[in-house]
Design a binder for this molecule. Structure first.
Ligand code: ADP
Ligand code: MG
Length: 270
């Protein structure tokens, strides 16, 4: 099993879209994929028709007190989608209560890691859609991951926010044996605008080794897919957006080909 997080402490930069796009592409390649929504806004769950208002059968259950996440409850939190091999754990507004209460609770940062070890042979990939705030949920996502994908909107204000995310990664790395690899992914790129092009160039100059060498273009088909609750692959596999995500996926698979296992991964640490 390989666990990736999609994270950026800014909203509206394409995290949920990236999660769905990578998820459906991997499932389309025959992988068993689980998408995990850790955002209290529950956009990923809503994308597939699950209301964020219902606190049951969601990722909130993964944080129930020690030992109370039994197998039936874990199974119930996992929902199928219309796409073969693509599964989902929706988020819930109740997740927000964890951000307020749980930080001080012992072992709370590893709730997701622990639940995932029990799903180890059921999924090939887990993609975590993270909340835009630094708290117990983001810490859980990063602790469970072997790779972080950071979507960055190609727009100047959004680029400024990247520093915050990089500081968070640095903080997380202090408690890991190996630094967490990450890739900055320029998103919502509009090559026809001066602002888009210069933001993209600025990113490449500022973080030459961390920025993906291409970009995800603005593509209304991605927005249409989410409005209709279908994956962008099902809606239009030839669209520019999904093509770009396909090439991002290739990069991710090439650079990080060694899967972690429960015995060798960071989980052993906790
Ligand atoms: P986040 O999860 O970071 O808040 P989303 O993935 O929900 O961001 O994207 C925010 C909005 O922008 C959504 O309406 C989504 O459909 C749209 N969007 C995201 N990426 C693209 C893109 N490449 N082209 C067009 N619209 C996009
Ligand atoms: Mg989102």
């Amino acid at each position: 099993m390989r666990v990736w997080s999609v994270a950026n402490q800014k909203g509206g930069v394409g995290k949920t879209t990236t999660t769905v796009a990578l998820g459906c592409l991997l499932a389309g390649q025959g992988k068993r994929v689980l998408m995990l929504d850790l955002d209290p806004q529950g956009s990923l769950g809503s994308y597939f028709g699950h209301s964020a208002e219902s606190a049951t059968r969601s990722s909130f259950d993964w944080f129930a007190g020690a030992g109370t996440l039994d197998d039936p409850k874990l199974d119930a939190s996992i929902h199928s989608t219309d796409a073969d091999r693509l599964f989902l754990v929706p988020g819930s507004t109740a997740l927000a209560t964890l951000e307020r209460n749980a930080v001080s609770q012992e072992g709370m940062g590893l709730a997701v890691s622990r639940a995932l070890t029990r799903l180890w042979d059921r999924f090939d990939y887990v993609i975590i859609d993270s909340p835009p705030t630094l708290g117990v949920l983001l810490v859980n996502a990063l602790a469970a991951s072997e790779q972080v994908i950071v979507p960055v909107q190609t727009e100047f204000l959004a680029i400024k926010g990247v520093e915050r995310m990089l500081n968070t990664l640095q903080m997380i790395n202090r408690s890991r044996r190996h630094p967490l690899p990450y890739l900055l992914v320029p998103t919502l790129f509009d090559r026809r605008t001066q602002a888009g092009v210069s933001s993209f160039r600025h990113m490449r100059r500022t973080w030459p080794d961390q920025v993906w060498n291409s970009a995800i273009p603005v593509d209304t088909r991605l927005r249409d897919a989410s409005a209709r609750g279908v994956t962008p692959l099902a809606l239009d596999p030839g669209s520019r957006g999904i093509q770009a995500y396909g090439s991002l996926l290739k990069t991710l698979l090439k650079t990080h080909s060694a899967p972690t296992s429960p015995s060798t991964g960071e989980l052993a640490h906790g």
